[in-house]
Write a protein that binds this ligand. Structure first.
Ligand code: WQD
Length: 321
């Protein structure tokens, strides 16, 4: 299949591109390199440097590449920042996605696989969270992902584009074969922050609260390996060819606490990681866990590389490469 990966130079996007290439797809990457990196590009995938806010360029890209399907991962993703700068998230995430949808309709794209997020649910009302869990995002970033899912639904109805919205839980890890080397710049997520502390790039890690109702008092999250995520994107295209549009969670239903992540990284890296307990971060739930049953039943997907050891080992290797 001819597949355009929008945001294909980013952390998750580059893993998706690698997976699609490995399975014989013809891949085109469109990325503005605002957080994506040139070193994450592959020779076999034709690259266009462009912004999703540049409607003309986007249309030219679709006109030249004529993709059957697209993966849309081009978005801002810092939940905290989205509460301070909602306008920025409206423009980049919502307007940008509408530009993609309009260009996709105009150029008769059949399938869209969309990078959605567990952030659409907001605080867990029950655990593990399945796709029927109420969608009440607690940050504007999560709202933009939910709004885009709704646009996808309308464009599906009105323009006949089939879509898969993949709701990722906490993405982590790196390609086990070391083919992706670009590290996230100024990370806001726990695992890259812990890695930066391990390589000495930062002095210590702030642990946001140790008084949660969890075993060690620190927050528990469902970490999912980026290569498992990438595989789900490829499988989503296979599935869409014979099914209706769908929304699935991608997670493991098994969690790790902040302290577990720090301790396991110390063991794997052999480095001492300094940390201090600070106050809770606003809006952080104690525990977030996915119910991935639907992904298994419907898509035939399940995590294979998302144990903490593999997640941290592959990440550590990327940091010391
Ligand atoms: C994990 C745990 C923190 C940093 C975010 C988005 C979510 C999704 C995934 C994309 C929590 C703790 C963190 C630090 C810490 N993104 N922590 N010190 O908040 O679960 O999810 O990324 O869709 O929408 O909100 O991930 O990695 O920030 O935090 O103690 O310096 O680590 O409190 O318990 P989060 P995270």
């Amino acid at each position: 299949m001819k597949i355009a990966v929008i945001g294909g130079a980013g952390y998750i996007g580059s893993h998706v591109v690698r997976e699609l290439l490995d399975f014989g797809h013809e891949v085109f990457v469109y990325d503005n390199l605002s957080s994506g990196l040139r070193q994450n590009l592959f020779e076999e995938a034709n690259f266009t440097h462009g912004d999703i806010l540049d409607v003309q360029k986007l249309n030219e890209f679709f006109c030249v590449t004529k993709p059957d399907g697209i993966v849309h991962l081009a978005a801002l993703k810092a939940a905290g920042e989205s509460m301070l700068l909602p306008e920025k998230y409206s423009v980049h995430n919502i307007t940008g996605s509408l530009n993609i949808l309009n260009a996709a309709s105009k150029h008769s794209v059949k399938y869209i696989v969309f990078s959605s997020s567990a952030a659409v649910y907001g605080s867990p009302k029950y655990l593990p969270m399945d796709e029927k869990h109420p969608t009440e995002p607690e940050n504007y970033y999560g709202y933009t992902k939910l709004a885009i899912e709704q646009y996808l639904q309308w464009y599906g109805k009105l323009k006949g584009i089939k879509y898969a919205a993949l709701r990722y839980f906490n993405a982590a890890g790196y390609d086990a074969k070391g083919r992706i080397s670009g590290l996230e710049q100024n990370p806001a997520n726990l695992i890259p922050i812990v890695m930066e502390a391990a390589i000495g790039k930062r002095a210590s890690v702030s642990v946001f609260g140790n008084d949660y109702e969890t075993e060690d008092g620190t927050g528990v999250r469902d970490y999912i390996h980026v290569s498992d995520l990438a595989r789900a994107h490829r499988m989503a295209f296979d599935k869409l060819q014979g099914s209706e549009s769908f929304i699935v969670n991608l997670g493991v239903n098994s969690g790790n606490s902040v302290l577990e992540v720090i301790k396991a990284t110390e063991r794997i890296s052999g480095k001492k990681i300094n940390y201090q307990i600070t106050g809770r971060r606003a809006g952080d739930p104690a525990v977030v866990l996915a119910n991935p049953a639907l992904a298994k039943e419907f898509l035939g997907w399940q995590a294979e590389s998302s144990d903490l050891e593999t997640l941290l080992e592959t990440t550590w290797k990327a940091y010391i490469r």
